[in-house]
Design a protein around this ligand. Structure first.
Ligand code: NAD
Length: 498
């Protein structure tokens, strides 16, 4: 069993921490590593290293920064397999899914390689006689990322490539449940030529997070995780004057209209509900069957759920791995039981699943609950497991109302062959990311990712153009270079153009 250390100022260190956390392999149930949990002094060291590095990194030319971004891109691309294996061993997801998350993270790195274009300012020649006005953007300083367990590579990559390309330095506090990917990436940055201290990793829990939120030298905080913690991060970081974006949890609905291709819809519903064992913030956890779509849809979804091959993430035959911890498995199974007691019809029951050879793994099988009511716990809670709850609705309007009544607003999808219904849906829902016959509508890296309502606190979405805006602040320069002989006295009037 090895110890996972912090990465501060370009080297590994156990720091001042006296506490450690357990890192399990969810497929076997075995404790495989311990991770150091930072004390406030470790956070001080990481922020000091990042602050010192900011002095020169913020002055590095666009071309110097871009060269390192391209080298980093090549290194990540060359190591997708190793990263995917690390992720699978600590998170549990199957290798193809883990490689997919690295690929989606890599797209943000590629976006950030275009930083010279993205940071171009504006210029107004002769705004007034002899006066030009122009704008440009500057980095903020030390930026912090606090990230969840479910995408240990991709979610941090939503943040640090853009932050670093913009000239900031970065302290990442990854999830303590699957911390190894962060250290692997830190070493790739070193190999790419990033100066020491520009990218740091501090492992830990609430102690580390609170020390980062309170630290006077931290300029901005990006958070992704559950809604209660997102709300807390937003309030605490805002109170200490930091710029903050805090992405929270989700309850994503997919509406299926009777005119949809039901085989297509059911296939995609099953993939979106059970992929990564439902541990995706963009997973479909609620299906809304409209009108006559219900029974036929349920027949196909039930068949698909039974067909999913559940097994260890490292086995190429597995389509779905275990959930992250024993506690997560127990919580999911309890919620399924509560759903049954509260009147949902259990069409497929994933409780008590034992995978041969992996009897101690944290497995829950695909589960389908039909006739779920909006007052039931399985509907109101974010289950974050392979559980699809199916609600029935009479009309598109009723389905849209259902989506909008939900406190979350991360993603949603509609399955239909009607352009008119799809357009009504896309305009009517209070949700940030919408799929039309696309169940998991994660925006490409050159758009920004973010939900509405309880799925995001703050006003900037993550990566894409809003990411560049988040990690920089603007300056506008009004300049005049008068001929000495043309110079005349200043007026006390408010400046107007002439
Ligand atoms: P989490 O909120 O438990 O943890 C997220 C981070 O916050 C971790 O780094 C953790 O160490 C830290 N943390 C946990 N408790 C804390 C506390 N009391 N005080 C300060 N920091 C604390 O989330 P998780 O279980 O790791 O991840 C799953 C959640 O993340 C789900 O709710 C999922 O929907 C959400 N998520 C959202 C998005 C999105 O884009 N909106 C993306 C991925 C995951």
């Amino acid at each position: 069993m090895s110890t996972i250390e912090h990465w501060i100022g370009g080297r590994l260190t156990t720091g001042a921490a006296t506490r450690t956390g357990d890192v399990f392999n969810p497929a076997t149930g075995q404790r495989q590593h311990e991770v150091v949990l930072a004390a406030p002094a470790d956070v001080d060291d990481a922020v000091a290293a990042a602050k010192a590095a900011f002095a020169s990194w913020s002055q590095a030319s666009l071309s110097a920064r871009t060269k390192i971004m391209f080298s980093f891109r090549e290194l990540v691309n060359a190591h997708v397999k190793e990263l995917a294996e690390l992720i699978s061993d600590e998170h549990g997801k199957v290798l193809s899914d883990a490689a997919g998350e690295v690929q989606r993270g890599l797209e943000v790195v590629e976006f950030a390689c275009g930083i010279p274009q993205l940071l171009k300012g504006e210029y107004s020649d002769q705004a007034s006689t002899g006066v030009d006005v122009f704008s440009f953007r500057e980095p903020l300083g030390v930026c912090v990322g606090i990230t969840p367990f479910n995408f240990p590579a991709m979610v941090p990559m939503w943040m640090y490539p853009v932050a670093i390309a913009c000239g900031n330095t970065f302290v990442l506090k990854p999830s303590e449940r699957d911390p190894s990917a962060a250290n692997f990436v830190a070493d790739l940055w070193r190999r790419a030529g990033l100066p020491d201290g520009v990218f740091n990793v501090v492992h830990g829990d609430k102690v580390a997070v609170d020390a980062l939120l309170d630290h006077p030298d931290v300029a901005a905080v990006s958070f992704v995780g559950s809604t209660p913690i997102a709300r807390y991060i937003h309030q605490k970081a805002s109170a200490s004057g930091k710029r903050v974006q805090a992405l929270g949890g989700a309850k994503n609905h997919a509406i299926v209209l009777p005119d949809a291709d039901l085989e297509f819809a059911a296939n995609h519903l099953a993939a979106a509900a059970f992929g990564s064992a439902g541990e995706r913030c963009m997973a479909i956890s609620a299906a809304v069957a409209v009108g006559g779509a219900g029974d036929a849809l349920m027949d196909i979804v039930t068949r698909k759920a039974h067909e999913v091959v559940v097994g260890p993430g490292r086995d190429p035959r597995s389509e779905m791995g275990p959930v992250v911890t024993a506690a997560a498995r127990d919580r999911i199974e309890t919620l399924i039981g509560t759903g049954e007691q509260q009147g949902a019809k259990v069409l497929v029951d994933g409780r008590g699943l034992k995978v041969p050879g992996h009897e101690n793994g944290f497995f829950v099988g695909p589960t389908v609950l039909d006739h779920v009511g909006t007052g039931m716990d399985v509907y109101t809670e974010e289950i974050f497991g392979p559980v699809l709850s199916v609600v029935r609705a009479d009309s598109v309007e009723a389905a849209i109302d259902l989506v909008n009544a939900n406190p979350y607003g991360n993603g949603t999808a509609i399955f239909t062959t009607s352009g008119e219904a799809a357009r009504r849906f896309q305009r009517g829902v209070t949700v940030g990311m919408i799929g039309i016959n696309v169940p998991v509508p994660v925006p490409m890296a050159y758009y920004s990712f973010g939900g509405w309502k309880d799925s995001l606190f703050g006003d900037k979405h993550i990566h894409g153009p809003e990411g560049v805006s988040f990690y920089t602040r603007g300056k506008v320069v009004t300049s005049r270079w008068p001929h000495v002989e043309a110079a005349h006295g200043a007026s006390l009037h408010f400046p107007t153009s002439s």
